[in-house]
Design a protein around this ligand. Structure first.
Ligand SMILES: Nc1ncnc2c1ncn2[C@@H]1O[C@H](COP(=O)(O)OP(=O)(O)OP(=O)(O)O)[C@@H](O)[C@H]1O
Ligand SMILES: [Zn+2]
Length: 727
């Protein structure tokens, strides 16, 4: 209670004598900084001295550079400490007894005695009073004093009252000036966000610039309008020649024309010939489009500017078009040259189709700019534009008009001879065991042929990948050179993914998988148009496959109705075998059903193989690959459904018939599979006898079946147990 009253009185008192004063003597930040820096320097020199003592006393030390100095941890620590100290000083430094100077003191010591010459009130809160010269002021004897006040009105009142009391006439009264100063920070603060923003931008730009350098192109936000094309210099970078692009001789011939032109443009111009501006290289992924474009530049010995269509598209409007301008400008400056735009479908899709969600305009603008640039070429510009795409069918027709990309070079997946040639290219870079043998060339040729036969459907990139994978496997197995078995493993890996031996199947699951796979294998063995089987395995592999069988489909362009039927019967072999051997079936056949349904659907909808539906093609997808409404009546729809079902049902009953007949053989194969996990074609021949047909795959006969015809090979193998059933 008592304490409370005292405090109340004190605050009252303070309210009355409001103008109080705090004479603050703050050690400045600069002082703190200097002292810490000094400390750091001392530490630095001590450390240096230690080192010197330890190492070589006579060695002359070079003084540290500013950068080295600032990188010292001590320097940084002391910087932080002094910053914190300065902060604490600035905000926590309470006035002490000595430097507390109040308005009361000012009145008593100077005002009443008439020692004040002028008064300045700053920001209505701080008073600075000039004293008469020679007066001993409170702050170190200077004739000046300052203190804080709470209210200007009260201060003025008291000042006037005092001077009234002293009887000072109005004319002699101490002049009072009012000023308003803004603290430095108040000026600086508004600029801080701007400075930070610009600083951030510059920093980002530098970072992007560095990434750009790594990626081979100019980066940075301020160079956004610059083309991101990667430049390959003809002397240093482009070592690719036509001989490195194997298996696509027609495409090479077509593109050869550009090479001739770039090498000797005058020859063509003399005759008034207009050289095509560009060519679209299309084909499935990995078939060597980029490689062929590069080889064209390599053969012609001109610079090669490579850019991907998607690199034109940014979130900012107009960037694409200006990148195109920049790209062509760059190409013209180094003409003759080749521009290669990969994935041109990213910007070159048919225009005006609508349906795009924003960004379409930007793509159109970019595409338009490409067209404008190509039109704007003078024939003596000698810049050729090649474009790569997997989807030539969706390109804007304007792109393909004469005078633009008027040549169309199609690169298909290679056939067996093509793959053999590509294997030759990539095997040349490997350390092969057979290379040391006397007839190495023949052996390698045969090896390449065999590998080509084993890799139906592989594109050039898959072949390259397979060769590299074989070398990696050889290295992993600590071998000194790459052998055929490494290629075999690599092919399997490329086709089916890595073996997952860690995936443990239960005993029941393993049995089911074995009978399922045996069902497929036995079915295929006795069906004339089923592809030759190479290997069956029940070791789980990547992509969720529990069992796996390797077949060798021939390079084939037409499929007959009979072939479809045999393929379907074989695909259903897994499920039927499960039905025949177990009380219940499993989910393992879903992939087989997908294949079967797809085949039956195509037969009915596209290939005219259903008498009820007739010779009609119902396309249910538009050119862009989107599903479109069914283009047939409901009644036709029902007929189609019934026909698809009929075809599958017939295949199913054929399959059941066949497997019921061969059930003992399925048992034998399944047991062998369970025992060995993997069985090869030789095992199958041993267990089931030769297939009762001539293999339909020429490649197989030439490279894998050892060149033997069935008749010859049957002399040395056990005869087929039964004749092929008619299914
Ligand atoms: N015909 C070929 N001869 C030799 N190597 C090839 C051939 N085709 C592809 N390759 C190999 O495959 C790699 C990839 O090929 P490339 O990048 O040219 O394919 P792409 O058709 O441009 O693929 P994408 O359509 O995916 O861009 C090449 O670097 C090369 O090693
Ligand atoms: Zn299956």
């Amino acid at each position: 209670m008592f304490a409370l009253r005292r405090r109340g009185a004190a605050s009252l008192l303070q309210a009355k004598t409001l103008p109080t004063f705090q004479a603050v003597t703050r050690p400045t930040f600069a002082q703190a900084f200097v002292s810490s820096a000094y400390r750091a320097q001392r530490q630095y020199s001590t450390q240096e001295e230690d080192n010197k003592d330890r190492k070589d006393k006579d060695e002359k030390k070079t003084p540290p550079t500013m950068q080295e100095y600032m990188r010292l941890p001590e320097f940084r620590n002391s910087l932080i400490i002094s910053a914190v100290a300065a902060f604490l000083f600035a905000f926590n430094n309470r006035p002490t007894e000595e430097n507390l100077f109040t308005f009361q003191d000012f009145k008593v010591r100077y005002l009443e005695k008439g020692l004040v010459s002028s008064i300045t009130v700053d920001n209505n809160s701080h008073v600075r009073a000039e004293l008469l010269p020679g007066t001993n002021g409170p702050h170190g004897g200077f004739p000046v004093c300052h203190f804080d006040i709470g209210s200007v009105n009260i201060f003025e009142e008291q000042l006037n009252a005092m001077q009234d009391k002293l009887g000072i006439p109005q004319s002699d009264r101490v002049p009072v000036k009012y000023t308003r100063t803004t603290p430095l920070m108040a000026y600086v603060m508004p600029f801080v966000p701007t400075v930070l923003f610009i600083g951030g931008l510059v920093y980002l730009n530098k970072k992007m610039g560095m990434m750009g350098k790594g990626g081979g192109g100019p980066g940075g936000m301020f160079s956004m309008n610059k083309s991101k094309a990667k430049l390959f210099n003809q002397e240093t970078d482009i070592k690719v020649k036509f001989k490195d692009v194997a298996g696509c001789n027609e495409s090479k011939e077509e593109i050869m024309e550009f090479v001739h032109f770039l090498k000797d443009p005058a020859k063509f111009e003399r005759l008034g010939a207009k050289i095509p501006r560009g060519a679209v290289l299309s084909g499935p992924p990995g078939t060597g489009k980029t490689l062929l474009a590069k080889a064209t530049a390599g053969e012609a010995g001109v610079p090669f500017l490579s850019v991907s269509g998607s690199e034109f598209v940014e979130m900012f409007v107009g960037v694409g078009a200006s990148r195109v301008r920049d790209l062509f400008k760059q190409a013209r400056s180094m003409a003759p040259s080749i521009i290669f735009i990969d994935e041109i479908d990213a910007i070159g899709k048919k225009r005006g189709g609508g349906g795009g969600m924003g960004g379409n305009d930007e793509k159109e603008a970019t595409l338009n700019q490409i067209l404008v640039e190509m039109d704007g070429f003078d024939t003596n510009d000698h810049v050729i534009v090649l474009a790569g795409t997997n989807r030539a069918d969706i390109l804007d027709p304007a792109l393909l008009r004469p005078g633009r990309f008027d040549r169309h070079v199609y690169l298909d997946r290679p056939d067996i001879e093509g793959r053999k040639a590509i294997f030759h290219v990539h095997i040349g870079k490997l350390k092969l065991k057979v290379k040391d043998e006397p007839n190495a060339a023949d052996v390698i040729d045969r090896l390449c042929g065999k590998l080509a036969a084993l890799t139906p459907g592989f594109a050039g990139a898959d072949v390259a990948n397979c060769c590299n994978e074989a070398a990696l496997i050889a290295a992993r197995l600590e071998c000194n050179s790459v052998e055929f078995k490494h290629f075999e493993l690599a092919i399997e890996r490329v086709i089916a993914g890595l073996e997952k031996k860690s995936k443990i199947l239960s005993k029941e699951e393993r049995t089911t998988v074995a009978y399922h796979e045996a069902g497929h294998a036995v079915c295929g063995w006795f069906l004339e148009y089923a592809d030759p089987l190479l290997k069956v395995s029940i070791i789980p592999r990547g992509q969720g496959a529990l069992g796996y069988a390797q077949y060798l489909p021939p390079d084939q362009y037409l499929v007959s109705q009979e072939q479809f039927r045999h393929k379907m019967v074989m695909a259903l072999g897994g499920r039927v075998s499960e039905e025949l051997h177990f009380a219940s079936v499993t989910s393992g056949a879903s992939d087989d059903f997908k294949k079967v349904t797809q085949m039956a659907k195509s037969m009915v909808l596209s290939y005219g193989m259903s008498p009820k539906v007739g010779e009609i093609c119902y396309d249910t997808q538009d050119q862009q690959g989107f599903k479109i409404n069914k283009p047939f009546s409901q009644k036709t729809g029902q007929t189609i459904d019934l026909e698809i079902k009929r075809i599958i049902d017939e295949a199913y009953s054929d399959c059941t018939l066949l497997l019921k007949e061969k059930i003992a053989l399925v048992d034998i194969v399944a047991k062998e599979l369970l025992a060995k996990e993997v069985i090869t074609r030789d095992d199958m021949v041993r267990l089931l006898g030769q297939r009762p047909f001539v293999e339909k795959n020429d490649a197989f006969n030439k490279y894998i079946g050892g060149g033997l015809t069935v008749d010859e090979s049957q002399k040395s193998a056990p005869p087929a147990p039964e004749d092929a059933p008619k299914v």
